[in-house]
Every structure is written in structure tokens, then in C-alpha cells.
Design a protein around this ligand. Structure first.
Ligand code: SF4
Length: 483
């Protein structure tokens, strides 16, 4: 009945595809006359249980899904290539905006209707939505079997066993991540890998749910980070992406005084690693030591994601962002002086409570002044218990949509202008894979994080190559491989 053990497949996060019902076929029935539930109770062995893990949200969630997959495999659980052939379907969820939760809810409701026909199938919610809503998710989704928070992921094998024994599993009691320890080796990629440098956040920006679902800041010991990157280099990985909600406050509260630039230096010294990226940076903690490291350490790519959120000081203050527009722009100027050609991307939130037309115009003008290489523009939605949820959400949805659409248009023009200036330049690209747009083209990222496509053989995937930029579209450089 059960297929042989396979590698767990983690789907990359995708924006808006709900389960396509006609895609799902009725999985095979158990030995004659036995219900799934009794079969599960009687015989279940990890090797007989295939798990399908679906990831929503940010890079931290993708890294968590790898850790969960590695733990489950290390404890003998099987994998499923798709949701319909799995006994257990786990959703690793995001709570950062209402829309993110609605998408998960839609998937669970669809899967629940299938569960009526196949009672042995199990459904679990992991990640930020679990931490935010906890036990109440069982009454919202009666077909749920597990609710596990981000801090409890290291207990997943035991928790899954309990669920397979028929218990409803609720595990959201560990908000703080264990400081020490080595994560399972499993990775979803082969040449680029995420490495957590810290967990949680102490900033409590008033619109943000993260501190409530991922806890206070915990910095991983330098030696654990270096050890992990060394093992990745030994395994042939070329690029590491250092992760944290705010990497610039790395080391706070640690006995051993180490800051983030020192982590960059230590990782830069590791043989085999060719590229280092990091995300995310809170502007208030970004400064010359970091910019100097970006300038002087050859493997550290010249790209920084530094979230502005708004161009209005009134709104920045209500957001509890702890900087003014002027301070932010001064940091951008210093960064551009110290790191020539640096790519800067950002996050912008429109429609924050009490955002007047003048506040919005200040944001638009800031984007036109700063000229980010790229930006993620989001519409505000209240996230209780984040503080801003106590404010009246007084910006009409129609206005939020308009402001969101206009800023996306403005960013498209700015990115296009920036890319046009790169035509005829030579760029170093880490080849990520075949282009989705055309099968005989490859796609990769330049050091300043711009997408780039060019014709080339597939054995270049995972390698760093040189290309000449021949043309561009608003977001992608059209290039030619240099021979
Ligand atoms: S810095 Fe602010 S927006 Fe970013 S994760 Fe922390 S609280 Fe949220």
C-alpha cells in the first residue's frame, strides 16, 4: 500500500493558487474492510506515513520548513510529492497580513471536504498563524489534527506521532527558540541556502505581528553559524543567505560581544562559499560598520533590503519605526557613498490608520527621490494584538488599492530606468535555474540582486558566471554569456 521512502519536497511559496479540486484524485483505500483510522491506530510506523509540507510566507518560514522536513526524515517519516498522495498535509503558515491567512484558510477548507471522504488523512497548521490563534483554530477548522507554533518545530516528530495516535495536538508554548544546537542537514536547494543568524524581534513596530508570534530576539552563537556554513560549503553550496527579522541587532544580550559585521567577516573566510546575502535590516541599526563590511568583504553582495515603510514622519512615528525620513535618507546616502553600485530594496505599507493624502504623497516623493532598485508594496490590515489594531482603520479599501497600484507603477518605471543604465555593463550572475519565460534561457541574480536571463547550457546552474547586459525589461536584464 505504501510507496518506498522518498525525499520530502518543499514547495516554494506561491502567491495565489488555492487547491485545484479536479487535480486531486481519491487516494488508495486500505486492506479490505478496515477503516483508515483503525489501520492508523494499529500499524502506523513513521515509514508508512507520507508527509506533504506546504510553505507560505517569508524566508524564515522556508527555512523552518526545511528544518521540519529534516527532522521528520531523520525520524523515518516518508515524503509525498503532492498533497493528494500524502497521509499528512502540513501548512507552514504566515500571519503578516490578513490576505496571507485567508489563503491558508481556503486551502484547509478544501482539504477538509476531502477528509470527510478519507478520515485517515491528517491536516496540521504550523507557523505564525498557529502561534497567533492557537487552540481557537480547532473550532474554526474542526478537521484539524495539529496546531504547532514556530517555537515548537523541534518537537515535530513526537507531536506527529501523538497526532497519529489520534490525539488533537496543540503545541504553542515555546515562543522562544532554543539558542544552541545544530539543525538537520536537509536543504531544499543545492547551491544556495538560508542560514538563521537570529530569531524573533524586539522592535514592536505597531503594525507588526512578528514579535507576538516569533518571540523576542535570540542570536545564534557565532560558532554554530560558522559550523553550519562550513558544512554547507563542504556540501557544495555556493551562496548563503543570512536570515533574521533584524540582522543588525545581532549579538544583543549575548555574553560574547559579537556584532553582525563580524559574522559577515567569519562567513566570508569560509572556503567554497562565493556569495553572501543577508535579510532583513532595520534602518535604525544599519550603519557604517555594516556598510564597510559590504564594501570590504569580497563575498558579501552589494545589496541591502532596508524597509522604509512610509515617507511621512507622522506615520513613521505611529508605526514606532524609530527613525525619521531624513535619517533614513542620510543612511541611504552614506551606503551609496561607501558601497558604489549597491542595490537597495525596501518594503512600503500604504493605508496605515490616519494616512492622509499628504502622508501618502510624502511616501511617493520619497520613493521618487531614493529610487529603490525594487520594493514590495503592501496594503495595511490590522493584526491584533499588534498595537496599531487599536487604531481606527480609517483609510477606505478603495484608496489603499489605488495607492498600492500607483506606487507599484512608479517602482516599475524606476526599476526600468535603473536597469537601462546597466546595459552594456558586465555583470557577475549566480545561475539559479532555467528561465520560466523561455526554455533555452537561464535565470540568475546579479550581485545587486537584479534578475538576469541569458542563453546557456544547463550545467551552468549553481555556478557564478559573467554576462554582458544587452537590453532590459522593467525587472529583468537580457544578457549574453561572456566566453
Ligand atoms: S522590525 Fe518591525 S516590522 Fe520587522 S519584524 Fe520586527 S517588529 Fe516586525
Amino acid at each position: 500500500m505504501m510507496a518506498k521512502k522518498q525525499k520530502i519536497v518543499i514547495l516554494q511559496r506561491d502567491e495565489d493558487d488555492l487547491l485545484d479540486t479536479d487535480e486531486v484524485k481519491e487516494p488508495a483505500a486500505g486492506p479490505a474492510g478496515k477503516t483508515e483510522a483503525s489501520l492508523a491506530k494499529e500499524q502506523v510506523q513513521p515509514k508508512d506515513v507520507k508527509v506533504f509540507l506546504r510553505t507560505f510566507g517569508c524566508q524564515m518560514n522556508e527555512r523552518d520548513s526545511e528544518i521540519i522536513a529534516g527532522l521528520l526524515m531523520d525520524h523515518g517519516f516518508g515524503v509525498a510529492e503532492s498533497q493528494d498522495e500524502a497521509e499528512v498535509v502540513l501548512f507552514n503558515t504566515c500571519s503578516v497580513r490578513e490576505h496571507a491567512e485567508e489563503r491558508v484558510a481556503g486551502n484547509i477548507e478544501k482539504l477538509s471536504s476531502l477528509k470527510d471522504k478519507k478520515p485517515g488523512k491528517m491536516i496540521g497548521i504550523l507557523g505564525c498563524m498557529s502561534q497567533r490563534h492557537g487552540e481557537s483554530l480547532f473550532s474554526r477548522f474542526p478537521s484539524l489534527d495539529m496546531v504547532v507554533g514556530p517555537g515548537n518545530i523541534y518537537d515535530m516528530p513526537e507531536l506527529l506521532r501523538e497526532a497519529l495516535d489520534g490525539k488533537k495536538v496543540l503545541a504553542v508554548d515555546k515562543l522562544k527558540r532554543p539558542k544552541k544546537g545544530t539543525d538537520p542537514a536537509y536543504r531544499s536547494g543545492v547551491f544556495s541556502a538560508y542560514v538563521n543568524v537570529m530569531y524573533g524581534c524586539d522592535n514592536y513596530c505597531s503594525y507588526c505581528i512578528v514579535p507576538y508570534v516569533r518571540g523576542r530576539e535570540v542570536s545564534r552563537p557565532k560558532k554554530d553559524i560558522v559550523k553550519e556554513v562550513k558544512s554547507l560549503a563542504d556540501a557544495g553550496f555556493k551562496e548563503v543567505i543570512l536570515l533574521g527579522q533584524n540582522v543588525n541587532s545581532y549579538g544583543k544580550g549575548q555574553t560574547q560581544k559579537v556584532d553582525f559585521p563580524e559574522i559577515l567577516e567569519a562567513v566570508n573566510d569560509i572556503k567554497g562559499i562565493e556569495r553572501i546575502r543577508f535579510t532583513t535590516s532595520h534602518p535604525k541599526d544599519a550603519g557604517k560598520p555594516l556598510f564597510k563590511a559590504m564594501r570590504d568583504l569580497p563575498k558579501v553582495c552589494e545589496h541591502m533590503h532596508m524597509c522604509l515603510q512610509s515617507g511621512s514622519n507622522k506615520i513613521l512615528d505611529l508605526m514606532n519605526r524609530k527613525y525619521t525620513l531624513d535619517e533614513y535618507m542620510k543612511k541611504v546616502d552614506t551606503l551609496r557613498e561607501m558601497v558604489p553600485g549597491v542595490g537597495i530594496s525596501t518594503d512600503i505599507l500604504v493605508g496605515f490608520p490616519s494616512e492622509k493624502e499628504s502622508d501618502y504623497v510624502a511616501t511617493r516623493m520619497a520613493m521618487e527621490d531614493i529610487k529603490f532598485n525594487s520594493s514590495f508594496i503592501f496594503k495595511y490590515s490590522p493584526r491584533p494584538p499588534a498595537l496599531s489594531s487599536t487604531l481606527i482603520d480609517d483609510v477606505p479599501e478603495k484608496i489603499k488599492v489605488e495607492r498600492n497600484r500607483e506606487l507599484l507603477e512608479i517602482q516599475k518605471e524606476i526599476s526600468y530606468e535603473i536597469n537601462k543604465k546597466m546595459v552594456s555593463s558586465s555583470q557577475e550572475v549566480l545561475v539559479e535555474g532555467p528561465s520560466r519565460m523561455s526554455k533555452d534561457e537561464l535565470v540568475g541574480k546579479t550581485r545587486d540582486n537584479t534578475s538576469c536571463v541569458f542563453k546557456g547550457p544547463s550545467d551552468l546552474i549553481g555556478k557564478v558566471v559573467k554576462v554582458t547586459v544587452k537590453g532590459t525589461s522593467p525587472f529583468t536584464l537580457k544578457s549574453e554569456l561572456e566566453t
